[in-house]
Design a protein around this ligand. Structure first.
Ligand SMILES: Nc1ncnc2c1ncn2[C@@H]1O[C@H](COP(=O)(O)OP(=O)(O)OP(=O)(O)O)[C@@H](O)[C@H]1O
Ligand SMILES: [Mg+2]
Length: 305
C-alpha cells in the first residue's frame, strides 16, 4: 500500500482527502465488488459476518478492504485485535490520508477502522459525508472486494452506505424483531435505490432448514408488499465458539478453521464469488445530493402523516 507522500512533518489541511477539486468526478468501481452488510437490528451478527466473509475471501486470494461503517460505535478493531494508530476520525479531520488509517491484518483483509464514541462522525453534514463516501469508494477501487459493515438501525449514515453498494447482504436471525427490522431496511432501500442485489444471510440458526424457512418468510413479505425478490446467500449456524473468537479477538474463520461457522462463511464467500458482478454504479456528488433530497422528501412525507 502506498504511504502518504505529502504529510511528513506538517499537519494536514483540515479538509484534506475530502475536498473535491473542481467539478465532481464520477467514481468508477471498475472490477471492485462493493458489498454492504446490514440488517437493521443490533446484535444479529453483522460484524461477525463481515469479518468472517472478509477473511474467507482473503483465503481465496482476493484483495479485500473491510470498512467499519458503524460510524461512532465502531468495533471491528476489537473483534480483530487491531490497535490502529489512526482512525477514520483522523482522516476526516485531516490528520492523515486514508492509506495511513488502513491496517493490514495478517492472513486477513485490510481494515479501515472507524472511531468509537465519536459523535462528530455520526453527525457529519450530508455534504461532508457525501465527499467522504466518494473518497472512500475511490480508495476501495484498488481492491477486489470492498466490504462495508454497517451499524444497527436505519439512520442516515447506515442507509447511505447501504444505498451506495450495488450488493447488500442483510443478516437475519430467528426473531420477529430481526425479521421486521430487516424488512424495514429493504423497504427503505427500495425507496432510495434501484437495481441492487438484495441478499440474505441467516445467522445463528441450528439447521439449514431453519435458515431457509426464515428466509422464505422475509422473501414472502418483501414480494407481497414491495415487489422485491430476495436471494438466500448464506445460512450460518450458531456456535458458541464465535463468542470465544471475539474474546480472543480473531475472526471465527481463523479461530475455528474447520468449525461449522467457518464452513458456512466460506460457503457464503463462494456463493458471492460465483455471482456475476453487479454492473458498476457510478456515483457523483450530484447523484448523492439527489438521493438525499429524495430521502428528505420521504422523511417529510412521513412526518406529515
Ligand atoms: N453464528 C454465531 N454463533 C454464535 N454466536 C454468534 C454468531 N454470530 C454472532 N454471534 C454472537 O452475537 C454477538 C453479536 O454479533 P455482532 O457484534 O457481529 O452483531 P452486530 O449485528 O454487528 O451488532 P451491532 O448492531 O451492535 O453492530 C456476538 O458477540 C456473538 O457472540
Ligand atoms: Mg456490528
Amino acid at each position: 500500500m502506498n504511504e502518504a507522500e505529502s504529510t511528513a512533518g506538517k499537519p494536514m489541511d483540515q479538509a484534506a482527502g475530502l475536498r473535491s477539486d473542481g467539478p465532481a468526478k464520477a467514481v468508477s468501481f471498475n472490477s471492485t465488488r462493493c458489498l454492504a452488510i446490514g440488517g437493521g437490528k443490533g446484535g444479529v451478527g453483522k460484524t461477525v459476518v463481515s469479518v468472517g466473509l472478509s477473511t474467507a475471501l482473503t483465503e481465496r486470494g482476493k484483495r479485500v478492504l473491510l470498512f467499519d461503517g458503524d460510524m461512532g460505535l465502531a468495533n471491528i478493531d476489537l473483534q480483530m485485535g487491531i490497535v490502529p494508530e489512526y482512525t477514520l476520525q483522523d482522516v476526516l479531520f485531516g490528520q492523515c490520508p486514508m492509506e495511513k488509517a488502513c491496517v493490514h491484518v495478517e492472513n486477513g483483509p485490510d481494515v479501515l477502522v472507524s472511531a468509537s464514541g465519536a459523535p462528530e462522525l455520526v453527525d457529519l453534514s450530508d455534504a461532508r459525508r457525501g465527499m467522504f463516501i466518494d473518497e472512500l469508494f475511490r480508495f476501495a477501487s484498488q481492491y477486489d472486494f470492498f466490504i462495508v459493515d454497517t451499524g444497527a438501525g436505519i439512520g442516515r449514515s447506515t442507509m447511505d452506505f447501504l444505498a451506495a453498494c450495488p450488493e447488500v447482504y442483510l443478516v437475519l436471525t430467528n426473531e420477529p424483531t430481526s425479521l421486521m427490522d430487516a424488512y424495514a431496511v429493504i423497504k427503505t432501500l427500495h425507496m432510495r435505490s434501484e437495481g441492487q442485489h438484495l441478499g440474505v444471510v441467516v445467522n445463528m440458526v441450528d439447521t439449514q432448514h431453519e435458515g431457509e424457512a426464515l428466509f422464505e418468510k422475509l422473501n414472502a413479505i418483501s414480494q407481497q408488499f414491495i415487489g422485491e425478490t430476495l436471494s438466500l446467500d448464506g445460512v450460518v449456524v450458531y456456535d458458541r465458539r464465535v463468542s470465544e473468537a471475539i474474546r480472543r479477538q480473531q475472526s471465527i474463520v481463523r479461530y475455528a478453521q474447520n468449525g461449522r461457522v467457518a464452513c458456512c462463511l466460506r460457503e457464503l464467500a463462494d456463493q458471492i464469488m460465483i455471482r456475476p458482478k453487479r454492473s458498476a454504479q457510478k456515483w457523483t456528488l450530484d447523484q448523492w445530493v439527489a438521493q438525499w433530497q429524495k430521502s428528505e422528501f420521504l422523511n417529510a412525507e412521513k412526518k406529515g402523516q
